[in-house]
Design a protein around this ligand. Structure first.
Ligand code: ITT
Length: 208
């Protein structure tokens, strides 16, 4: 069995391939369909963007398609970057430039209270509460129906990147309960607890 995921994000592809692989299914992504036009993500919410990506690609391929819209809500930044997480640092944004942008914005709004910030044993500081959000949408173009779910993961933003796993903002996302960053979790550990893992679990439950 094959699942088509409407994503061009290699980190997402790896996580979905890992999760669906455990169920005996393999994943194809937009890297396997390079000629499909880019979907414009102009929705006002994660869920709206996920529905748009799933439906556009499903109608083009005439196959059921799963899409993921996700991002990081940072409390001290009033919920930014939110649905703009992929393009936070502007045109040509990538994971590295987005991480720099996040630390720049947070250091600006914490400079007056730097002494009051919680400090970890290695001297790094916790800059803000934050949460990852993942909205999933599965669209069936024959039945013209959606199945949707959402997942959340709370943590904190640190001023020092840690870990080599994961992608995106994972190196700056500190998990107090684990004493590690999201990028220090194995793929297995991340899928078991992450916003994406939880959203996928909720989606699969609706399918069974
Ligand atoms: P597709 O739309 O092609 O799926 P994208 O990277 O543009 O790829 P989004 O619009 O959903 O995807 O943006 C999500 C951004 O949020 C992504 O670029 C990451 O920087 C961040 N993000 C999402 N999930 C994450 C995770 O599990 N760990 C770290 N960062 C994550």
């Amino acid at each position: 069995d094959t699942v088509v995921v409407a994503t061009k994000n290699a980190g997402k592809v790896r996580e979905f391939a890992h999760a669906f692989g455990k169920l005996g299914m393999n994943v194809v992504s937009m890297f396997d369909y390079p000629d499909l036009p880019e979907v414009v993500e102009d929705g006002a919410t994660f869920a709206e963007n996920a529905r748009k990506k799933a439906r556009t690609v499903a109608e083009a391929l005439k196959l059921p398609v799963l899409a993921d819209d996700s991002g990081l809500d940072v409390a001290r930044l009033g919920g930014e970057p939110g649905i703009y997480s992929a393009r936070y640092s502007g045109p040509g944004a990538n994971d590295a430039s987005n991480n720099v942008k996040l630390l720049t914005e947070l250091s600006r709004c914490t400079e007056d209270e730097a002494d009051g910030l919680e400090t970890l044993s290695d001297g790094s500081k916790l800059l803000s509460d934050a949460r990852f959000v993942c909205a999933l949408a599965l669209y069936d173009p024959h039945a013209e129906t959606f199945i949707e779910s959402e997942g959340f993961m709370t943590g904190q933003i640190t001023d020092r990147p840690r870990g080599q796993n994961g992608f995106g903002y994972d190196p700056l996302f500190w998990l107090p309960k684990f004493g590690r960053s999201m990028a220090e979790l194995t793929p297995e550990e991340k899928n078991a607890i992450s916003h994406r893992g939880q959203a996928l679990e909720a989606l699969l439950q609706q399918l069974s």
